[in-house]
Design a protein around this ligand. Structure first.
Ligand SMILES: [Zn+2]
Length: 393
């Protein structure tokens, strides 16, 4: 029992220093509500383990001056946000502040060994640029369900060859540090809850609108992952019984009707048939149109593009209304590439959610865009990595 208490105390000390920066010994003892002597023993141990350092005298609070404690400046975490077509790799310090970053296109369908090998090279490149000499831990988000405890992807539809692959084991072996693996939407939710628009909001839903659609279910201060890691996989909820066939093999999934891939398909059809003169012109000019152009066309007043966003937003909103009734969140955050459709989309989603949910659940329910944008994922991955490293301190 004593060991457990000691472990959780060092974890709490390190989290306080991560979240608040340097704190005096007196402040730490107050916040943790423990005797000074006990704290001093713990700090000595953490200093010996290379986790904290003394940072000079604290401003006096009257009486004896206290010493400032901060996280060791050499602490380094790797944070990786792997998408279906791109990967962002950051190295951050113990306070999760970015030291250096690199982002490049990647095809996740190449399989785990080539893709993880490339991530290793990117970390090596950052090391060569001086970001770190060694990593204390790594957090990695993958575009599919992950069995969290094992660090293993489970039947990810977009990732052939990854099912059951020991991602955490391989990366931990190659980088020589603890590794934590989670779903990409979950890490975005964790990032947004840590330092984005949902910070200090314990119950919220984070909706990622990218090529596909997923939802981070953040309840009671934690991401809810479900038994196999597929909680929040809302892209495959049926919204159109006679609708288009989805990549998953079912018919009329939300993702098959609205989402980056679906919108690109609809944009192309609208351009080819001339239903949207704006998109047709664009298709002639650059040879292709996608979801991004739907946003531009709508901003230019193109009625067909506006209708695509309106219909998609309504369908998404209808699904979210069901989730609101189920989970009673205090906020919905919308992020991912399609979030750039912005306020037009937001207005539709709001109308559908507020119109369909019971007033008690939506009386004070902000539906807002992500604040962290494309950094939400890496911040969440870094937060997860720090939790693992601090628990082992
Ligand atoms: Zn589907």
């Amino acid at each position: 029992v004593a060991k457990v208490i000691a472990d959780s105390l060092s974890y709490e000390v390190l989290c306080l220093l991560r979240d608040h920066g340097p704190l005096s010994r007196a402040e730490l003892a107050d916040r943790l509500a423990i005797p000074r002597a006990r704290l001093l023993g713990e700090l000595t141990r953490l200093a010996g383990a290379g986790r904290v350092i003394e940072a000079g005298p604290a401003a006096s609070r009257g009486g004896r001056r206290s010493t400032l404690i901060e996280l060791d400046a050499q602490l380094r975490l790797g944070a990786v946000d792997l998408g279906a077509t791109s990967v962002r790799v950051e190295v951050v310090n113990g306070r999760l502040e970015m030291i250096d970053a690199v982002e490049e296109p990647i095809d996740v369908r190449l399989g785990p060994r080539p893709v993880l090998g490339r991530i290793g090279e990117m970390l090596g490149k950052l090391a060569a640029q001086g970001s770190h000499t060694r990593l204390d831990g790594i957090g990695l988000g993958l575009p599919g369900p992950v069995r969290f405890e094992a660090g293993v992807p489970v039947s990810p539809p977009l990732m052939p060859g990854w099912d059951g692959f020991g991602v955490r084991e391989l990366l931990a072996h190659e980088q020589g540090c603890p590794v934590v693996v989670d779903n990409d939407v979950n890490i975005m939710a964790i990032g947004e809850g840590y330092s984005g628009v949902a910070r200090s909001v314990p119950d919220f839903l984070f909706v990622k609108l990218g090529t596909g659609i997923g939802c981070g279910v953040h309840l009671v201060g934690e991401v809810h992952r479900g038994k196999d890691g597929s909680a929040g996989d809302i892209g495959h909820i049926q919204v159109e019984p006679t609708g288009p066939v989805c990549a998953c093999g079912n018919v009329g999934c939300l993702e098959a009707v609205f989402g980056g891939a679906a919108l690109a398909r609809d944009a192309l059809a609208a351009a080819r048939t001339g239903r949207s003169p704006w998109l047709a012109r664009r298709l002639v000019e650059i040879g292709a149109v996608d979801a991004r152009h739907v946003g531009e066309a709508a901003a230019a007043g193109d009625p067909t593009a506006m209708a695509l966003i309106r219909d998609g937003g309504r369908r998404l909103g209808t699904v979210l209304a069901g989730l609101v009734s189920f989970a009673n969140p205090s906020m919905i955050v919308i992020g991912g590439g399609l979030a750039q459709l912005g306020h037009r989309l937001l207005a539709e989603v709001r109308a559908a959610v507020y119109g369909r949910s019971l007033p008690l659940a939506t009386g004070n329910l902000p539906i807002v865009l992500s604040e962290l944008g494309d950094r939400a994922g890496v911040i969440g991955a870094a937060k997860l990595a720090s939790d693992v490293v601090f628990r082992q301190a």
